[in-house]
Structure formats: C-alpha cells, structure tokens
Design a protein around this ligand. Structure first.
Ligand code: 6PG
Length: 252
C-alpha cells in the first residue's frame, strides 16, 4: 500500500507543515460539525509542533472554544510531573492558548493504572457517544510518534494492548520502558477510528524502525505501529530529513 510520507529539511518546516494540517482539519471539523477533536502524542518529538501551535500565527487560526484535546497515552505520574505528557502539552501549548479547561480531557496518571484506564474510557464513551452516529472514539486528528522499537502511544512490542479488540483504553506495565513502566494508552480500537492520523517522527535513530514498519510484513505484535490501519481515515507520515532516510534503501 502506498505510504503518504513527507520529508522536511528542518524541524521548523516540519512543524509548520503539521500545524497547517491541524489548522485545516480544525477548520473543516468546526465548520461541518461544530467541534474539533485532537488526541496529542507524548514524548519529545511533538514539542516543537506544540510550541508552533502556540504562536500567534496558529493560536489565532484555531477556534479553541470548539476544540477538544485528548491524549493518546500517559505515563502513570502526577499531572505536574516532568514526565507527564499532559504536563508537557500544557507547558508547550495549552497554557498559552485560550482553551477552556473543560475542553481538555487528561488521563489521570496519578490514579491506579487500571482505574485510570477505565475512567478515561468512560470519558471517551461519554464524549463520543453523545453523537448517536459516532459509536467510536473518532478523533478528527490523532498525533502519534514512534519509539525506536516501533511502539506507538504506550503500545509496546509483545504487550497485550496491541491485540486489544474491544476496549478503547488499557493500562500497560512495561518493564524497562523509558520514564515509567506503568502507562495508560489508547488501544488500536480507538486509534484506528481516527479520521486523520499524523505520525510525527524525527531523528536518525528512528530509521531502522521506520524501515521495518514500511517494508516488513505486517506483524503488529512486534511492530505496534503496523497496528495503525484506520477503518475510515488517512495516515500521513511527517518526517524530518534524518528520519526521512528510511524512505531510501540503506547504503550497501
Ligand atoms: C510517550 C509517547 C510515545 C512516543 C514515542 C516517541 O508517552 O512516550 O506517547 O509513544 O511518541 O516513545 O518518543 P520521542 O518523540 O520522545 O522519541
């Protein structure tokens, strides 16, 4: 299947491209359905994008009153912990735009992981279930990164979450995971319901995983990024020049 991958020479150009796509999706969603939903990814790659979205050029281009922000996953730490994905997004973007606090739906990382997952699933089912025709967690935009092992959100190789077929949110305990072993994550059920899935991947260290994701036979258990097969949506890869090397064969 053809991969929609776009390569940018600088982080600035990459951030502008993704920010433009988000503004476009927001404008269309709010115009047609009166609201825009976006699920943010964590880690370090999206931070320049979030800071870009907080600049006047973009902050004023999105109607934050009708924008609802979710998270694709969370580390099980307090919300003001430096490893919290919520904390990172608040600091780099959400504290700097006029979004109502009630439009931000954080995963309660401070709770017992299974309870946090159940509560977040209830939040999503309540939010999305109110529109009878969308019995799915259908985010207008879902942002994802990938780990060097091909993980997405907190769906790691060999873990149960990759194979989940009913729940929208699960807790995962990943021994050896960077930062904290306890995570809460959306499952492929929720991720694949999204309308626009934007991978934002930077750095040469992601090239081996990208090459496997793009070229190896489907094996989501080993490469969770390959679990991303939206039922009714698009997948687009935004890569910087270093990660973009994955689109070319390795040097002989
Ligand atoms: C997280 C993210 C995770 C991230 C990848 C890439 O909570 O850490 O959701 O899936 O996207 O690990 O992280 P970097 O962007 O920091 O390389």
């Amino acid at each position: 299947m053809a991969i929609d991958a776009r390569v940018y020479q600088t982080t600035l150009a990459l951030s502008h491209a993704v920010a433009d796509a988000i503004v476009d999706a927001a404008d269309k969603a709010i115009t047609t359905r009166g609201r825009f939903t976006i699920a943010l990814s964590g880690g370090s790659s999206p931070k320049p994008l979030y800071e870009m979205l907080a600049t006047r050029e973009y902050a004023e281009a999105i109607n934050w009153n009708f924008t609802h922000v979710f998270w694709g996953d969370e580390r099980c730490v307090p919300k003001d912990h430096h490893d919290s994905n919520y904390h990172m997004a608040r600091e780099s973007l959400l504290n700097r735009v006029k979004i109502p606090i009630s439009n931000m739906y954080r995963i309660e990382g401070e709770r017992e992981p299974a309870q946090a997952a159940e509560r977040y699933e209830a939040v999503l089912r309540d939010f999305f279930g109110k529109r009878a025709n969308t019995r799915q967690a259908r985010f207008d935009v879902l942002l994802l990164g990938i780990g060097t092992d091909g993980h997405i959100a907190s769906l790691f190789p060999g873990q149960s979450g990759v194979r989940e077929t009913e729940k929208w949110v699960v807790a995962q305990h990943i021994e050896g995971a960077s930062v904290t072993p306890d995570r809460v994550t959306l499952t492929p059920v929720a991720l694949n319901a999204a309308a626009n899935i934007f991978f934002v991947v930077t750095g040469e260290d992601k090239v081996p995983a990208l090459r496997r994701i793009f070229n190896d036979p489907a094996n989501p258990d080993e490469l969770p990024a390959q679990a991303i097969q939206p039922t009714n949506g698009i997948v687009r890869w935004y890569l910087d020049a270093a990660a973009g090397k994955a689109l070319h064969p390795p040097p002989t």
